[in-house]
Design a protein around this ligand. Structure first.
Ligand code: NAG
Ligand code: NAG
Length: 349
């Protein structure tokens, strides 16, 4: 029997005080959730005010309902990243799972559907796994992978950034390879630039982006952490962009999220967090003015875990004086049973 969902727990954890706060106290950093090992890949569904994120190694997909103030999760059979809702059904979630793209239907209350595998990724690198990903305006899924990372470090050059659509599930399009750790992605407001992070490079790079064809070109480095070591440390991890086209970049090992002007690479702001390993961020809330930031504790020593009890939590930062734009959803399947993309859709067994 292809039982993919190991556990569904209608877990409701206390939500520590969110706004309102007196304006003079802004910006404020609030702990939103209890810590998990490695929170990552936050996404915001503005249609229903839902924050999704994953606990990668445990295969957990979390769903925070802003209006209800509750949190629930499901556990999938594999390492999971990212989680992005579908454009045609808000409860249809497209996820990266080990080395595949998969779909699962879940409304946060009922039992989830079985997991459907839509596409295989990185067949040549059997110890690699999915990492960050986002949907573009056309609903194409951009999803990256990374080599195995163990006690001896990272297996280099085994990461790939793919573009996955309904039409290429047989053979997803390779956009960038090789990569070390495929991570943050963002598009500017004009939708003609694509920003991207390969974490060990220390850099945020920019490509010209053609939304019609989905093609990227003219790579250039816009920001390099190594050029700012008097102020910041760590590796750039996940990122998001605000309505002014400034990038908000999580620093893994840097204990902060930074604001970077995407037009010239200026370091504009450093927001410290009570966790060394900051993994990613997304704008959310009904007005898209809350910056939700995910963190990790998986790489911390026992001593560091004691010093950083909130590491692994999701934080909500308010009062940053800017906000995001709605992010895009994946447009691959209409429903969990949708066979229109061909026979490739298989149950995971
Ligand atoms: C990946 O990391 C290795 C080891 O640091 C380095 O030699 C290699 O150039 C990197 N690959 C890319 C694509 O940056
Ligand atoms: C980083 O510093 C080097 C050396 O000064 C410089 O050549 C490079 O352009 C800088 N990179 C960025 C993105 O500012």
């Amino acid at each position: 029997m292809a039982t993919t969902v190991i556990a569904l727990l209608a877990l409701v954890v206390p939500i520590w005080g969110l706004p309102p706060l007196a304006p003079t106290q802004y910006p404020g950093v609030y702990q939103l959730t209890e810590p998990v090992d490695h929170a990552e890949c936050p996404s915001w569904d503005y249609r229903n005010n839902i924050l999704y994120y994953v606990n990668i190694h445990e295969g957990q997909v979390y769903r925070y309902d802003y209006d209800q103030g509750n949190l629930a999760y499901i556990t999938l059979d594999g390492e999971v990243a990212p989680v992005i809702p579908s454009s045609r059904d808000p409860n249809l979630l497209i996820v990266g799972l080990d080395r595949s793209v998969a779909a699962v239907e879940w409304d946060g209350v009922s039992d989830p559907s079985e997991t459907r595998i839509l596409a295989a990724l990185a067949p040549d690198f059997p110890t690699s796994r999915v990492n960050d990903g986002k949907a573009d305006k056309q609903g194409r899924l951009w999803i990256g992978t990374m080599g195995y990372e163990g006690p001896d470090g990272l297996t280099p050059d085994e990461g790939i950034l793919y573009q996955v659509t309904c039409n290429n599930l047989d053979s997803p399009l390779i956009e960038i390879a090789p990569i070390n750790i495929s991570n943050g992605l963002a598009w500017n407001a004009a939708n003609d630039k694509f920003f991207y992070i390969d974490t060990p490079s220390g850099q945020v790079v920019q490509y010209s982006y053609n939304d019609e064809t989905g093609e990227i070109s003219d790579r250039k480095v816009v920001f390099d952490v190594n050029n700012h070591t008097e102020h910041i440390v760590g590796g750039p991890d996940g990122m998001t962009i605000d309505e002014d086209d400034n990038l908000w970049v999580a620093l893994y090992g840097g204990g902060a999220i930074i604001k970077v002007d995407s037009s010239n690479g200026d370091l504009l702001e450093i927001v410290p967090l009570p966790a060394l390993d900051v993994t990613s961020a997304i704008w959310g809330g009904p007005d898209l003015d809350i910056l939700y930031v995910t963190t990790s504790r998986v790489s911390l020593t026992d001593e560091q875990k004691l010093e950083q009890p909130a590491a692994g939590a999701v934080f909500a930062i308010v009062g940053l004086g800017t906000k995001g734009r709605p992010t895009f959803e994946v447009d691959i399947l209409g429903s969990i049973d949708d066979e229109s993309c061909g026979a490739k859709i298989a149950l995971r067994s």
